[in-house]
Write a protein that binds this ligand. Structure first.
Ligand SMILES: Nc1ncnc2c1ncn2[C@@H]1O[C@H](COP(=O)(O)OP(=O)(O)OP(=O)(O)O)[C@@H](O)[C@H]1O
Length: 342
């Protein structure tokens, strides 16, 4: 499948009074046309900064320190705001956690969607715009669109607002949709509906989607592939099946164990002990070592490379080195036998 986005060795830092915050560290991944890639990890691991650096929506204190961003094969890494403004709407669109940040509560929803259409399709006639508004409202599952056109978001439920935001995000016919925690503010049933909708849209329109979440469980129903981020780095990436049935990084195991499903029958939900490290002077070696019950001596000394497990599955953990001891992972469908040092 054709690559629509390719991020190579991207590093992004912030200047702060306490020092350089290394928010994104040497991240590489690609996104294919029409696929849903989930980026998962605890709060502060760099998911939002990664997405914002691709769309060039970072504050002034941020700098791209290295690496490149290619969109449809064109290198946009050095693009200034003027160049970005030309492509941003056409290529990228986004949905955020709180729909009310993107909606005006007191303007008719139909008018807000129409406005978004007109920004990108200036030559459309009034009738064409109205027709597209209704199509978009139908696409995102807003029933009785002709009637709802005249309703204001403050009358809407949370799920309905998020559907409206999606209609606005899709108004520009973007190639890539970024959805940053789009369901966090919603209750569980509505969460599921919105994720199913994301999947449906991707299937109908072929829009490639980057779905950001702190919850590995939430993205399971929508993602084709999953990238797990920790302390500014992608530590594991693979197809959804590989990540859920054959996870290899101890951090992914920790995230899996934290899911309610794995704590069934126990009194308390599992939580990964400790906290992610500061991204000002992150630890040398594997940043997860201090929280990792399977850490090896080398984890404190040297950063693990990305080990390849299959054509699509990679993980950065010394446990995949051929000299690592044999352990049995706490989660995953497959029993993995690591060879011992011998
Ligand atoms: N404007 C900023 N100035 C300095 N540091 C920042 C700024 N924005 C983000 N950071 C830092 O960059 C790191 C990554 O933050 P980011 O928001 O990308 O994390 P995240 O994984 O998206 O978390 P969350 O789920 O809480 O949004 C954090 O350590 C954060 O404190």
């Amino acid at each position: 499948m054709e690559k629509i986005l390719e991020v190579k060795n991207l590093s992004v830092s912030f200047d702060s009074p306490k020092g350089e915050v290394q928010a994104v560290r040497d991240v590489s991944f690609s996104l294919k046309k029409g696929e849903v890639l989930a980026i998962v990890g605890e709060s502060g691991c760099g998911k939002s900064v990664l997405c914002k650096s691709i769309m060039k929506l970072l504050p002034k204190s941020a700098r791209i320190k290295g690496g490149s961003i290619l969109v449809n094969g064109a290198d946009i890494t050095g693009y200034k705001e003027r160049d970005m403004a030309k492509i941003r709407g056409k290529v990228f669109s986004m949905i955020f956690q709180d729909p009310m940040t993107s909606l005006n509560p007191t303007i008719k929803i139909g008018e807000q969607i129409a406005e978004a259409i007109l920004i990108h399709h200036r030559k459309k006639t009034k009738d064409q715009v109205y027709k597209k508004v209704i199509e978009l409202m139908e696409l995102v599952g807003i029933e009785r669109p002709q009637e709802r056109y005249h309703a204001c978001p403050y009358h809407f439920s949370g799920g309905m607002r998020q559907r409206s935001v999606m209609a606005i995000a899709l108004a520009s016919d973007p190639d890539i949709l970024f959805a940053d925690e789009p369901t966090t503010a919603l209750d569980v049933t509505i969460q599921a509906q919105i994720l199913d909708l994301l999947r449906e849209i991707q299937e109908k329109l072929g829009t490639a989607t980057v779905l950001v979440s702190h919850d590995l469980g939430v993205v399971a129903r929508a993602a084709d592939r999953v990238a797990v981020m920790y302390a500014g780095k992608i530590v594991e990436i693979g197809t959804a099946e590989e990540i859920y049935y054959d996870p290899r990084h101890p951090y992914t195991w920790g995230l899996m164990q934290s899911l309610p499903y794995f704590s069934r029958g126990r009194e308390q939900l599992y939580t990964i002990p400790g906290m992610p490290p500061s991204l000002i002077n992150p630890p040398k070696g594997d940043a997860y070592a201090a929280r990792n019950e399977y850490a090896l001596g080398i984890d404190y000394e040297e950063m693990p490379p990305m080990f390849q497990i299959s054509d699509t599955h990679y993980a950065a953990t010394w446990l995949l080195d051929k000299r690592a001891p044999r352990i049995i992972p706490p989660v995953g469908g497959k029993r993995i036998e690591y060879r011992s040092i011998g």
